[in-house]
Design a protein around this ligand. Structure first.
Ligand code: HEM
Length: 360
């Protein structure tokens, strides 16, 4: 039923009317939506299809989080020095039998299984490539999370030609030096790497400790706020599940997972002030994340058309963020001495225990 409706809509969407809205030339698609370029028209219906069939009706849930994660794992296979993967090309979907075998892609199998049939349907309907599909899904899933920036979406990636090589995706057990070197090899500065880690504000772990799937990285996993940057700095006291696992360090809150890599990056002299400066600065976090994602989602690609206006506008988060109940600045492991630490209120009540993310 949904597939039949999509087929009709896609056929109609190719009929376009050009209008002139002031100085900016716009196109009105047959479904009434407006965009900068006629080739973007069918994507509005693809977005509706993704929201209904992948994101459970525009939720910031497990699939939205995983759609963002897979867009990173797909794209980061690239090297500015050549000799690695094709970048943001959808190779992780098409060559999943190879890329899912890489240790760093643990847990990605679920989102590949969810996305693959939806990709096949849309590919049949509108000949969308795997790279366009995967990076559109990343932008749309992220837009479902209040506080997120509206990510750019560029259209026109060719099909991927090969799997990315192994050892291109950073692991939580890696040193800061190795992580920053891998990001640099893909073209990202330390500031851009920290900006990309804003993604961990809508993140949970399934495979770090498989006894506790869906364990969130911060106490507001459904909101794209700067809470994760604060909570990673709080003194760690416990492991949320079955003791200490590889890539995990002590967490401050029951039910919360802290990655070793996030913690080390928050403490390292090369990145500590970049990390701290995100705390309670929603605008800085959104702007830097949006810019770094625009770069990530076009790695290795050229001659793309800007179809960003098909991406839904996220709900806003106005903040301020707060210490979880029972915590205060006394609990912060401050590693940046050059900047004052922001003054934040504490939520009233007893120390929280976080619930796992449903569907994990
Ligand atoms: C130093 C670099 C990074 C490391 C070591 C890292 C590591 C991890 C790990 C271990 C998990 C949990 C996997 C599991 O147990 O299921 C995770 C989840 C996640 N990561 Fe990262 N990550 C990094 C950078 C990024 C970047 C750049 C993005 C996106 C731009 C990203 C987005 C996510 C998201 C959204 C999740 C949650 C997925 C879900 O809840 O289903 N990560 N990451």
């Amino acid at each position: 039923m949904a597939f039949a409706r999509l087929a009709t809509i896609v056929a109609l969407a190719f009929t376009t009317v050009t209008v002139n809205a002031g100085l900016v030339k716009r196109v009105t698609c047959s479904n009434g939506k407006t965009t900068a370029n006629a080739v973007c028209c069918p994507l509005f219906d693809a977005v509706d299809f993704l929201q209904a069939n992948l994101f459970d009706g525009s939720e910031c849930g497990e699939e939205a989080h995983s759609a963002l994660r897979i867009s990173f794992h797909d794209a980061i296979g690239f090297s500015i020095n050549g000799g690695k993967g094709g970048g943001a090309d959808g190779s992780i979907l098409v060559f999943n039998q190879t890329e899912l075998g890489f240790h760093a892609n643990g847990g990605i199998d679920d989102i590949v299984a969810d996305q693959f049939p939806i990709f096949q349907t849309l590919n049949q309907q509108m000949n969308i490539s795997a790279g366009d599909f995967l990076h559109l899904a990343g932008a749309v899933g992220t837009s479902n999370c209040p506080g997120a920036p509206r990510l750019q979406f560029m259209f026109g990636r060719p099909p991927p030609v090969a799997a990315a090589p192994d050892f291109t995706v950073p692991e939580p057990t890696d040193s800061v030096t190795d992580i920053l070197a891998r990001f640099a090899d893909a073209g990202f500065s330390p500031a851009e790497a920290v900006a990309l880690l804003s993604s961990h504000t809508i993140a949970a772990a399934d495979v770090i400790d498989p006894t506790i799937p869906g364990t969130p990285f911060d106490s507001t996993v459904g909101t794209f706020d700067s809470q994760v940057f604060l909570e990673v700095l709080l003194k760690g006291t416990l492991f949320p599940g079955n003791g200490s696992q590889a890539g995990e360090v002590l967490s401050p809150i029951a039910g919360e997972m802290r990655l070793q890599s996030d913690f080390l990056i928050s403490q390292d002299s090369r990145t500590a002030c970049l990390w701290q400066s995100m705390i309670n600065d929603q605008n800085r976090m959104m702007t830097q994340f949006k810019d770094a994602m625009a770069k990530l989602q076009t790695l290795g690609q050229s001659n793309l058309v800007d179809c960003s206006d098909v991406v839904p506008v996220p709900a806003t988060f106005t903040g301020p963020i707060t210490y979880p109940a029972s915590f205060s600045q006394d609990d912060v492991q401050i590693a940046c001495t050059e900047q004052a630490f922001p003054s934040l209120a504490t939520v009233a009540g007893p120390a929280p225990t976080l619930a796992p993310v449903p569907g994990s």
